[in-house]
Design a protein. Structure first.
Length: 221
């Protein structure tokens, strides 16, 4: 799949304790994604297939029935439902909430970002490519450059608690960081709060695109 997030380590640095304190999580997978990453361990069928509608309160009650300290909302692209997150966060209170942003789903609403920028929250911003070409290779979608930088600047201005992950990206990022600085991004801060995620092969990799509406596509690592 897309590798493994170091959220437990980031959480321990933010809230104290040990990384192992945050390893067990209540995970909810949401329907839909704006990307089509060939390496994703959530297959197209898993993202776009049959789904079940569950009221937010029922998810909250299910979470409370577990001993897990973290409510983790994953996708697909979970931020597609960002405007509804405040309903869940109001219920969670001080319980820890974790999810993902990609800066490319849509133009973020500053008011919505303000609602989700809470002390009990920590978000992973997934960077899928440090050049437009790399982004398209990793996601099979064109890079929405203006939206990417505008959303990142909003995240920074509103101080949404977040860190960066670079998935399947090249190590040479001087041009990327130079462009970020020119866009008003606090490069020193984000460099300190970023790390790499390597693409990891898994048993189902050959079947990711083997679905009726997608057909087979060759994966090239």
């Amino acid at each position: 799949g897309g590798g493994y997030d170091l959220f437990p380590f980031k959480a321990a640095a933010r809230w104290g304790g040990k990384p192992t304190d945050y390893g067990n999580q209540f995970v909810v997978q949401l329907f839909g994604c704006n990307l089509d990453c060939p390496y994703c361990y959530v297959t197209r069928e898993g993202v776009w297939g049959e789904f079940v509608r569950v009221p937010t309160y029922d998810l909250y009650r299910a979470y409370l029935s577990t001993p897990y300290p973290v409510f983790h909302l994953m996708g697909g692209a979970p931020a597609l439902t960002m405007k509804y997150w405040h309903e869940l966060l109001d219920l969670l209170g001080d319980h820890i909430f974790h999810s993902d942003l990609m800066l490319t789903e849509f133009a973020y609403d500053p008011k919505v970002l303000g609602h989700i920028a809470r002390d009990n929250c920590l978000y992973a911003i997934n960077i899928k490519g440090v050049t437009p070409e790399e982004y398209q290779r990793n996601t099979r979608k064109p890079f929405p450059e203006q939206r990417f930088w505008a959303n990142w600047k909003l995240i920074q201005e509103i101080e949404v608690p977040a860190y960066l992950t670079f998935t399947g990206c090249r190590e040479d990022r001087d041009e990327f960081w130079s462009k970020a600085k020119a866009q008003g991004i606090n490069v020193d801060y984000w460099c300190k709060h970023s790390y790499n995620i390597s693409i990891i092969d898994y048993n189902a990799l050959g079947d990711v695109d083997n679905i009726p509406w997608g057909g087979l596509k060759e994966y090239k690592g």
